[in-house]
Ligand binder design. Structure first.
Ligand SMILES: NC(=O)c1ccc[n+]([C@@H]2O[C@H](COP(=O)([O-])OP(=O)(O)OC[C@H]3O[C@@H](n4cnc5c(N)ncnc54)[C@H](O)[C@@H]3O)[C@@H](O)[C@H]2O)c1
Length: 395
């Protein structure tokens, strides 16, 4: 059984990924320090429904499927917490069997502060984002360097690393001709938030590790993810992933659907022409799985753009309004002055065929898919607190 170590396993993507691999027979260990939950409590962001702790969820998963997801609770920004995962000194907070699962064949690294507005809330949050994200990545690279050179690292980056350049966006690399000579470099990066900038710095750290120590790395430039359900969460309601609908931790489609359900106007920033690539949570799982099945080679930094289609903010608002109105909600779209410093009209043409060529079958954001998202959110309408949606973070 191949061992997959998932860092950030309590998160929106981490927990569904853990169940996905466990269901397919992998030996799975998850690690988290509950940063995300604690930040949600501290900022009073509200969650669509309560979610059991990571330990409780691992227990429920075991009860329902007979499968074991080992849980470690700890701060991965602490070097020793990371190193124990590789040298056998780890203590599991929950496991059927306390025996060390061994050096993982694959590490999926999700464990970062993932919000652009959070990173620009104030100095303290900015400092936390930079220190947390870079330390976790650096600790991981050194642990792999020292104990696990054969381990394949799958790291979640973001399409936001590229910004919105006025040329086509390639999958990670760009061939440049300069004064008659050619070379290939990391595609130029120019992020629009401090959070996204930490992802650029992560990419640079990993590129260093690949060049110096022949590490095997896949860096996935992911777009904003939407959705709640996966095949594994359908087994029991308590296995559903965390779902935020506020401006800080809620991603745009999830937020718009929730706003539509409670009659809160869909807040379009400025002109609404900001175009980005999106994907369904089910496709995140597929992308990570195909990357795991086809690992990067030793000394390779492989980069894929992890999106399935592109939309402007106006197109997302129109789709949400159309589906919402058909379902009997009165959905209003309202443009507000843009709190961010970003282009509201721009060229956007990213390449993203690499993961599909390896076998990912996209789920597109159709009206039916959005209908299903509405259905789930409507079930929890009574829990939605309008006053926590807007936080007014400015760049
Ligand atoms: N969700 C998206 O739309 C999206 C889009 C692009 C990229 N990403 C990236 O994918 C990854 C997962 O995103 P997500 O939406 O699941 O975020 P999330 O916040 O739900 O999950 C990240 C998890 O990592 C944990 N974590 C953070 N710092 C930690 C530390 N020092 N030690 C231990 N655990 C720590 C958090 O508590 C959280 O549970 C992140 O790196 C994010 O930047 C997400």
């Amino acid at each position: 059984m191949s061992h997959v170590l998932i860092l950030g396993g309590d998160g929106y993507l981490g927990w569904p990924t853990a169940m996905y691999f466990s269901e397919r027979g992998y030996d799975v260990t998850v690690v988290d320090n509950y940063f995300r939950r604690n930040a949600c409590t501290a900022l009073d962001t509200g969650m669509l429904y309560p979610v059991p702790t990571l330990i409780e969820r691992a227990h429920i998963w075991h009860e329902k499927t007979g499968r074991e997801i080992k849980v470690v609770i700890g701060d991965l920004a602490e070097p020793d917490v990371m190193r124990r995962l590789f040298d056998g000194r780890v203590t599991y907070a929950w496991a059927v069997n306390q025996a060390f699962s061994g050096i993982p064949e694959t590490v999926v690294h999700y464990a970062e502060q993932p919000s652009a507005p959070y990173s620009l809330m104030n100095y303290e949050a900015a400092d936390f984002t930079v220190v947390n994200n870079l330390r976790v990545t650096n600790n991981l690279l050194w642990a792999i360097r020292d104990f696990a050179r054969d381990t394949h690292l799958i790291k979640l980056g973001t399409m936001g690393e590229y910004g919105t350049p006025n040329i086509d966006i390639e999958e990670g690399w760009l061939e440049i001709e300069h004064k008659g000579r050619k070379d290939t470099f990391l595609y130029p990066r120019q992020a629009g938030s401090l959070y996204h900038t930490t992802k650029i710095m992560d990419t640079d750290l990993m590129w260093f590790g690949v060049r110096m120590w022949d590490l095997k790395v896949t860096d996935l430039m992911q777009g904003p993810v939407y959705g709640i359900e996966t095949d594994e969460s359908a087994i029991d309601d308590r296995l559903k992933t965390i779902f935020n609908y506020d401006e800080i931790f809620g991603t745009i489609v999830n937020r718009f659907v929730t706003q539509a359900v409670v009659g809160y106007p869909l807040t379009v920033y400025g002109g609404g022409g900001q175009t980005r690539g999106y994907l369904n949570i089910r496709d995140t799982l597929q992308c990570v799985h195909v990357s795991e099945k086809n690992p990067a080679k030793s000394g390779e930094l492989r980069i894929f753009n992890q999106i399935m289609e592109t939309f402007s903010v106006n197109q997302l608002a129109e789709l949400t309004q159309k589906v919402g109105n058909r379902r009997g909600h009165e959905v209003e779209v309202k443009s507000i002055p843009n709190p961010r410093k970003e282009a509201e009209e721009h060229y956007y043409n990213p390449a993203y065929q690499g993961l599909q060529e390896m076998g990912v079958k996209p789920h597109y954001l159709t009206e039916e898919v959005m209908d299903r998202l509405f259905e789930v959110v409507e079930q929890y309408k009574g829990n939605i607190r309008k006053e926590v949606i807007f936080k007014g973070v400015k760049w």
